[in-house]
Design a protein around this ligand. Structure first.
Ligand code: URQ
Ligand code: ZN
Ligand code: ZN
Length: 464
């Protein structure tokens, strides 16, 4: 099966150029001007459109058991929704319960992910520490293509990693040639602030951002960066939401430390006024951590993306329906944390970034695909339109528009934080592994067609 994409402008992170693209099977086999279509090829006319590497969402939670429930999107519906938005690879999370074997949890998640419609790979969370965790980390790197380990510095009494776990796990990651990543919020401070608010009878969703101010995030970001600096490991900070955390990253990078930052599409365009809504269901729907912040933080995050102190854009796609969120209607600490976005990320970042003159098309590709592929060692299989790469491609219509709505989305959860936003810049075609899976509004995702992406370790300093 071959596909010939004619007449478009290829956009890679390094340059944009007129070229045709030929795919055969699941690979790109040729990129160049005035190519001949192979016999019997499916021809796609990309005149006036861009051909970009499929998006990589570095942060999703499909089918996640969390806070007493399970997220609304499973690995099929979630990856299918991503394909509709131009995202062809998701990076999800294996999150073992404390005392649960990392390896056992990994195999459990692998079973859930088998139904994926698009490619997927896993960060594995280290939520506790023991010799068996040390051993399992080695097995996961050596035998299962894991090269990143997640640490939740929030969620006390649940999955929070204390400093001992951080230090031991970062040390082990370095030995293995894997990168530590962190959810940077001080879980002890969050817990204290939550209890204080509840004692004062402040129990609605408006209390959520009050229990997680930027300082709580910045403390943890600084601490993770300091631990990584002392131990000599790189560190990747997920969902950087505020200027204070970004400043910590910028300071460390200015001194040559290898720190990477991730911005969520939601944090880039949505502010904390959502929590003041008198429609409490609406306010609860926006409860995620770190919370949406004041407008000046969004400007800082865009500066971070432009200035190279934030490297990837993601969604933290973690959808719950209204009934699930209502678990916290009398106690905000019981509202399952998480919002969606896997379907909208690329159009939102294009519309708010490229159309606003903040990002060039190549910078857009860098922060929606290439950097993720390079940081997590999937490049050049992913993250570039070039011969030999996977045929994961988006034919992008820069003039096409779409009004985002839960009524028309493919994702589950029945809510969309970008509701009503009209974006200019949408996929006209998405190719995953050389198959057209999305065509002008029609989703043709196939359950189980997605593949697990092994990610080799970086140079290990010792045998796993
Ligand atoms: O903290 C996370 O990243 C997961 C549990 C999703 N929820 C959220 O509020 N971000
Ligand atoms: Zn998180
Ligand atoms: Zn998350």
């Amino acid at each position: 099966m071959s596909i010939f994409i004619r007449g478009g402008t290829v956009v890679n992170a390094d340059r944009a150029f007129k070229a045709d693209v030929v795919c055969f099977g699941d690979q790109i086999i040729a990129v160049g001007e005035d190519l001949e279509p192979p016999p019997h090829a499916t021809v796609i006319d990309a005149t006036g459109q861009y051909i970009m590497p499929g998006g990589i969402d570095t942060h999703t939670h499909m089918q996640l058991p969390f806070m007493g429930t399970v997220t609304a999107d499973d690995f099929f519906t979630g990856t299918a929704a991503g394909l509709a938005g131009g995202t062809t690879t998701i990076m999800d999370f294996v999150i073992p319960d404390p005392q649960q074997s990392l390896l056992e949890a990994y195999h459990l998640w692998r079973g859930w992910a088998a139904k994926s419609a698009g490619d997927y790979t896993f960060h594995v969370a280290v939520t506790w520490w023991a010799d068996s965790v040390h051993a399992d980390m080695g097995t996961l790197v050596r035998d299962h293509g894991v090269n990143s380990f997640k640490h939740f510095m929030a969620y006390k009494n649940a999955i929070m990693a204390d400093d001992e776990t951080l230090v031991r796990s970062f040390t082990r990651a370095l030995e293995l040639g894997a990168i530590p990543t962190v959810h940077a919020e001080n879980g002890e401070l969050v817990y204290q602030l939550q209890q204080d608010l509840l004692k004062k009878g402040i129990r609605g969703p408006a209390a959520h951002p009050l229990s997680r101010p930027p300082e709580v995030e910045a403390e943890a970001a600084n601490r993770a960066i300091a631990i990584a600096n002392v131990l000599g490991t790189p560190v990747y900070i997920v969902h950087v939401s505020c200027a204070e955390s970004l400043d910590a990253i910028a300071r460390a990078r200015a001194k040559g430390q290898r720190v990477y930052g991730e911005a969520l599409a939601g944090h880039l365009v949505i502010d904390d006024s959502v929590y003041q809504s008198t429609d409490l269901e609406y306010a609860r729907a926006h409860v995620m951590s770190p919370p949406f912040r004041g407008k000046h933080h969004q400007a800082a995050l865009w500066q971070g993306l432009r200035g190279g102190n934030l490297h990837t854009t993601a969604t933290d796609h973690c959808t719950f329906c209204a009934e699930q969120k209502a678990a916290g209607k009398d106690d905000f600490t019981k509202i399952p944390n998480g919002c969606g976005g896997v379907e909208d990320r690329m159009s939102v970042v294009w519309d708010a970034g490229v159309n606003a003159g903040l990002l060039t098309p190549s910078e857009f590709v860098r922060v929606t695909s290439t950097n993720a592929a390079q940081i997590f060692n999937m490049y050049p299989r992913k993250g570039v339109v070039a011969a030999g790469a996977d045929a994961d491609l988006v034919v992008w219509d820069p003039q096409g528009t779409r009004t985002i709505s839960a009524k028309t989305q493919f994702a589950k959860g029945g809510f969309n934080v970008f509701e009503g936003r009209t974006v200019r810049g949408i996929p006209s075609y998405t190719l995953a592994a050389g198959k057209v899976v999305f065509e002008r509004g029609q989703l043709r995702a196939v359950e189980g067609a997605g593949r697990h992406v092994d990610r080799p370790a970086f140079t290990a300093t010792s045998a796993a």
